[in-house]
Ligand binder design. Structure first.
Ligand SMILES: [Zn+2]
Length: 190
């Protein structure tokens, strides 16, 4: 099953904090909504120790974590379910950390992001975070730039010979294919 979730921010943001529901696996009435910071620098997902205690989560194990003043602490590991819209991870082990002084009470790390594809775009002065699982394709902006340069050059040569097809081989007209690319200036509409 393909699931996805998108968060549209009103401005450009440097910290992406979104609502994330967590629950004890199999216990729907334990559900809580946390403020989750998306952090590509975090390898593991963490939740606030205070929230873990309120929910009555039981530590399954402990893991060394470098905390305040570079001191290593033994942080508890909890198993939870995570959901954001239709995007669900039914079972994941997360680290409990003190977070009461932060505006977020959860950190979503790379262990969540590797479940699928994640995009961050900043079009028209607004940040959009979108993600889905499973991963469906590779996004390669440098290939897109290379392709549009190549196809534009070919199109100009083909056009002189009366050929309006797109050089990419799709069989579509240029105007309905790569001629309509975001990389090209938009044609004025009358
Ligand atoms: Zn094309």
């Amino acid at each position: 099953m393909i699931t996805a979730h998108t968060k549209h921010f009103d401005t450009i943001v440097r910290r992406m904090i979104i609502p994330c529901e967590i629950a004890i696996p199999g216990e729907e009435n334990s559900r809580q909504t946390l403020s989750a910071l998306w952090d590509t620098g975090a390898t593991s997902t963490c939740i606030s120790q205070e929230v873990a205690e309120t929910m009555g989560l039981k530590p399954e194990d402990f893991t060394p974590v470098i905390g305040m003043e570079n001191k290593t602490i033994e942080a508890p590991l909890y198993s939870i379910q995570i959901s954001m819209g239709s995007f669900i991870i039914p079972y994941i082990q997360v680290i409990g950390l003190p977070m009461s002084s932060h505006e977020h009470n959860m950190i979503l790390g790379m262990d969540v992001m590797v479940h699928g594809d994640v995009s961050i775009t900043n079009h028209n002065g607004k940040t959009t975070l979108s993600f889905r699982q499973p991963s469906l394709e590779t996004i390669d902006y440098s290939k897109e730039v290379r392709d549009i340069k190549r196809y534009t050059t070919m199109h100009m040569a083909w056009q002189k010979q009366g050929n309006q097809k797109c050089p990419c081989g799709s069989g579509k007209l240029w105007d309905n294919c790569h001629g309509n690319s975001v990389y090209l200036p938009k044609k004025a509409k009358y």
